[in-house]
Design a protein around this ligand. Sequence first.
Ligand code: ZN
Length: 545
Amino acid sequence: MKLHSILSLLFIAFCTFNYQPPSTQEQPKLIIGIVVDQMRYDYLYKYWDDYGDKGFKRLLQEGYVLHDGHYQYAPTFTGPGHASIYTGTSPNVHGIIANDWYDPIAKEYVNCAGDNDANTVGSESYNGKMSPHRLLSTTLVDQLELATNHRAKTIGISIKDRGAILPAGHHPDGAYWYDKTNGRFITSDYYCEKLPDWVSEFNERRLVDEYMAQTWNTLLPLDRYDESLPDDKPFERPFINTADNTFPYDLEKISTLVRFGIKNTPYNLLPATPFGNTLLKEFAKTVIDAEDMGSDQIPDFLTMSFSSTDYAGHQFGNFSVEVQDVYLRLDKDLGEFFDYLDQKIGLKNILIFLSADHGATDVAGLVSPPGGYFRANGFETALKHQLKELTGKDVIENISNQQIYLVKNDNIDYNQVIEFIKSFTIKFPGAKEAIELNDFSKCIEDQRICDLIRNGIMPGRSGDLYVQLQPGWVSESYLKGGTTHGSTYPQDTHVPILFYGWHVKHGDNYHRNYIRDIAPTVSAILKISRPSGATGLVIEDLFNN
Ligand SMILES: [Zn+2]
């Protein structure tokens, strides 16, 4: 054997002996991303006195807290929120501009996670015709899959389909969401052909039947809920087919009511009770056990989105005892979940981040004036009618998500139409102005608001004008109770951003940080590539001593 051959053999042997695959570099065993749907930043502190020590307080007292974390776009909805947290960018890049939107090219409404080519797995319903195909960027989860050559176990779970699908991205090991028709977790054939046995076994436990056979009473004595208004306010919308909006709620009885042909079931009522969150917590434990997550040196990723906070917020409104109770019980569920993780994997081996997909506007009927209910139907009818009188044509193709889509036709004088829409909008109660979405040089709002709207749109998916409302105004559909979100204002954009666990120091800051910064920061902690469309920046304070 020639000398250089011997040397190369020795070199190979030496390199093999010393070779450290990238997966053995120091990394957490498990990453858990938690989204609390509709959680405003101030809820961390509003309910502080009634939280236990092991849930939110554990993250706040031992982890890193960003006190001024905001969405960097509008509209602030669930689909765009989840997509932005995990892609590190805004709807103008990842393409999820709303939960549902009018597609001006296909001329039909589409859902952010809907997919006509996909089929439900695990149920006879259509609720599994879903996939992430409208998400135009990879997510953090995708990048972990790529960084580990798909050896990482990655799963997204939520009560809402979009809360599971968008975070998990394009190539996870699984995504599971709740089917309101039968109370089971399901998936689509985008992910797999058959529900894993452990998901079927979890469904067979019928926890949902157990939860919905009880009476929902307050976790603490009612007089402890002094952060909320008394429990009989007209802004709290009762459960469907009922008239009472006060505790206790006999869920078993409410679940069987029928009125005007509309039948309640325990399965469609669960999401607006705190037990939707409890079900998700139990499912998360099953996912980790069944998939052996966090059991080796290759990091795994679980994304979980708690949806009941949003359902309860829409139904009962903030300031209600019901919403407070949902948060107190979520805090308890989180505490139990963190204890389970500590026992099984060790919290120091797990990187956790927690945020929300949007906040919520104060109940309009409670605080107005200022604020109120925007008559969207009246706005649309009157605007269409007056434009037809002016031009002799139907020039509006669609109005949705506060956006106006104009008919594209050579015979339309667009300058005339746009000027009319602007002057009409300014005069309409609750509307502030109509902003042209293809020319932001004409946006006369505060620059920050113009930027939020610009970041929230995408040509080919968005309309031609955005109807900006005055602060505190929400859709007229909340006249019947509850509240909503979606605006450019801080009650909707300001959300918690918390980091905890693996190599996260204790601390906080009051700098303005954006949701799109979460994914680049987690990428930096893991030393993996950022999602393909990421535009956010690393939150440097987390790394500085
Ligand atoms: Zn919502």
